[in-house]
Design a protein around this ligand. Structure first.
Ligand code: PRX
Length: 650
């Protein structure tokens, strides 16, 4: 982290928008002026301009009971109609909504008219399965069009989706199904990844064996053609159920605060939090930011966000933002290097992608492979690049702009979270001078401060805690089933200001630099993982006595999971080879949580560094994991411990 900060401090490059870009830009300074003049009127105006309200709202914000905000709450709308039907009614039915590219090379172009019809069929099929407004539907699918169709069909009915990333394990899926008491699961037999079919339906079967029994039906898309077991009373094929359902569906309007989805994310405890988002405010900010941050010209742009719909980026910038704006977009099922390392660039060339939104970890792995790979493809259609998920180091920013973007197009670094629902900090292309490495400025209508531990604004360039000082339309409305945890996690520290959990500093121009998490949450390849969740998985293994997990900086993935484990003495006889034990524990975490949580390293040690009160000093373990000299050990109960551990780790 320190090296990263030093680097950031040295960064002085600045790029003015080109006059040509600025002349055609969607955003302008007027947005900032309007938001500054009257923040609530600004958001009300965006909500009215960008969305179709079945019943117009008259109240913009009700913040009388913080932290429970209500936006546009006497208005009514249907989210799916806003993403589909209204575009068809406006004569845009023939516009391609999705250019879908399967990993094996199959592809499908789906127009707005076709997508609307498919969503109507799926909504009818789900209604036939008993799904009603407010019911929860779990979605566990690969990146295929049916994932988007499912989300919109659930939204159309006023039901609540909980998308679970296809890389999560049966245990993770089961706990999410139970927490939300989902009544239906939508999955596929399998999906493609790295040239092979990975099973999904078998994972659902295993998960359902562990749940409390809320699930009545499993709807299965045929994708992988892998063998699956079948329960006639419970399971239905998508192609038999949805394809035969009626394409007519009259959508009902729901109140603006009607729940839209739950998305689980890691917190500081072992149990993932079900972040709850609602309809009108969420869609307003997703559409607003998608249009202005990505300079979307829906009639000519081809937009590609590489995120999976299992993450918030996929919710807001694959599904809701782009479709509300009538964009044409690419979605891709597989991994960037299958069947060859230029696959992404081949896709950019094939569809003439103009806007690309991805994560720094991907950019850094392409950097490692070298510029000759993207240079084999025609990337000249690209005119805007975006980054999300973790700080983008200036080197990666510059490489992205030059090698992928040809040297002169805007790169926007967007800071936000599952909880914020939509982008909160970013430059506006064509308006803001760009500064590599900094996420820069709050988007219009968003109020951000950097405070010290006592809630006092940090003056000058010192670092502090990132806080959102005013409620915003797409803010989380709570943690599913746990209002106390919601208050405690985000609102206890600074009263009615939202505590994001990130460190930040402002430079002399007022630009914001993100400095990483200040809690026990790691960020691996832009994905959030909790140290506590991985520790509890490790101690659940019969060999483990104690475990400590840290996020160590990693050149490609930003951070990597590094674990220190003490084995039970009763196991000493069977576990003689530490390398084997370490491998077994890595595998165990991947099976329990999912492959993304697999530790990069598991060190088998005899001791862990603890304070006199028994608290593990993770800071010292991080020093070890990052190969640094170990810092101040004076508060350790036994100051010689770190030498012993260091020797074991080396
Ligand atoms: O630490 C910040 C980091 O990712 C966290 C949010 O993770 P998640 O909810 O999974 O959402 C990721 C995609 C929006 C934040 O608390 N983060 C996200 N974007 C950036 C970032 N850190 C620095 N710069 C960013 N642009």
């Amino acid at each position: 982290m320190n090296a990263q900060i030093d680097h950031a401090l040295e960064e002085i490059r600045r790029f003015r928008p080109s006059p040509e870009f600025a002349a055609q830009a969607v955003a302008d300074h007027g947005l900032y002026d309007a938001a500054r003049a009257d923040r609530l009127a600004f958001w009300a105006d965006q909500a009215r301009t960008l969305l179709h309200w079945e019943k117009p709202f008259t109240r913009t914000l009700d913040w009388s009971n913080p932290p429970f905000a209500k936006w546009f709450d006497d208005g009514e709308l249907n989210v799916a109609v806003n993403c589909l039907d209204r575009h068809v009614e406006a004569g845009l039915g023939d516009r391609v909504a999705l250019h879908w590219e399967g990993e094996p090379g199959d592809s499908r172009d789906i127009t707005y008219a076709e997508l609307t019809e498919e969503v109507k069929r799926a909504a009818n099929a789900l209604a036939d399965l008993g799904v009603r407004s407010g019911d929860r539907v779990a979605i566990y699918l690969p990146m295929i069009p049916e994932a988007i169709v499912s989300m919109l069909a659930v939204a159309r009915l006023g039901a609540i989706h909980s998308v679970v990333f296809g890389g999560f394990s049966a245990d993770s899926l089961a706990s999410r199904i139970d927490d939300a008491e989902a009544s239906v699961v939508i999955t596929a037999d399998g999906g493609y990844r790295k040239g092979r079919v990975f099973p999904l339906k078998p994972v659902v079967d295993e998960a359902l064996g562990k749940t409390a029994g809320s699930v009545r039906h499993v709807l299965v898309v045929k994708r992988g053609e892998n063998e699956v077991e079948w329960d006639d009373a419970r399971d239905l094929w998508w192609h038999e159920t949805v394809a035969t359902a009626s394409p007519e569906h009259e959508a009902q309007a729901f109140e603006a605060e009607h729940p839209l989805f739950i998305l689980y994310t890691s917190g500081t405890t072992g149990k993932p939090k079900g972040i709850l988002h609602t309809s009108g405010g969420y869609l307003t900010q997703a559409a607003f930011t998608h249009r202005n941050v990505f300079d979307l010209h829906p009639e000519r742009d081809v937009y590609w966000c590489t995120a999976d719909v299992g993450w918030i980026t996929g919710h807001s910038y694959v599904v809701y933002g782009p479709l509300a704006n009538g964009a044409t977009q690419v979605i891709y099922e597989g991994t960037p290097d299958t069947p060859h390392p230029g696959r992404w660039w081949e896709i950019v060339e094939k569809y003439g992608v103009t806007i690309l939104y991805t994560a720094p970890t991907a950019i850094r792995s392409f950097m490692k492979l070298g510029r000759q790979i993207p240079h084999e493809f025609d990337l000249r259609t690209l005119r805007l690049l975006g980054s999300v998920g973790e700080p983008i180091n200036p080197e990666a920013w510059i490489w992205y702009r030059h090698v992928i973007g040809g040297g002169s197009i805007p790169v926007v670094d967007t800071w936000w979270q599952t909880e914020t629902g939509a982008i909160m900090i970013s430059a506006l292309p064509g308006v803001t001078d760009l500064k590599p490495g900094s996420a820069q400025v709050p988007v219009p209508g968003i109020s951000i401060d950097i405070l010290d531990d006592d809630g006092v604004e940090v003056e000058g360039e010192g670092g502090g805690l990132l806080v959102v000082t005013e409620p915003w339309p797409s803010m989380l409305r709570g943690i599913w089933g746990d209002p106390e945890r919601f208050k405690e996690t985000y609102w206890e520290k600074f009263g009615d200001k939202y505590f994001a959990g990130d460190g930040a500093r402002r430079d002399e121009d007022g630009d914001i630099w993100l400095l990483g998490r200040v809690d026990d949450v790691m960020n691996v390849s832009g994905h959030r993982l909790s140290t506590a969740e991985i520790e509890s998985s490790l101690v659940a293994h019969p060999w483990t006595a104690e475990a400590a997990v840290v996020g160590a900086s990693d050149e490609t993935t930003g951070q990597a999971v590094v674990a220190f484990v003490i084995l039970k003495s009763s196991q000493a006889a069977h576990v003689t080879d530490p390398a084997e034990a370490s491998e077994e524990l890595r595998r165990h975490v991947a099976t329990q949580i999912g492959a993304i949580a697999r530790p990069r390293q598991v060190f088998i040690v005899n001791e862990l560094p603890k304070t006199r009160s028994g608290k593990i000093m993770r800071r010292l373990l991080r020093d070890l994991a990052e190969g640094r000299e170990v810092g101040d050990t004076t508060t350790l109960a036994d100051t010689s411990i770190m030498q012993i551990i260091s020797a074991q780790v080396r």
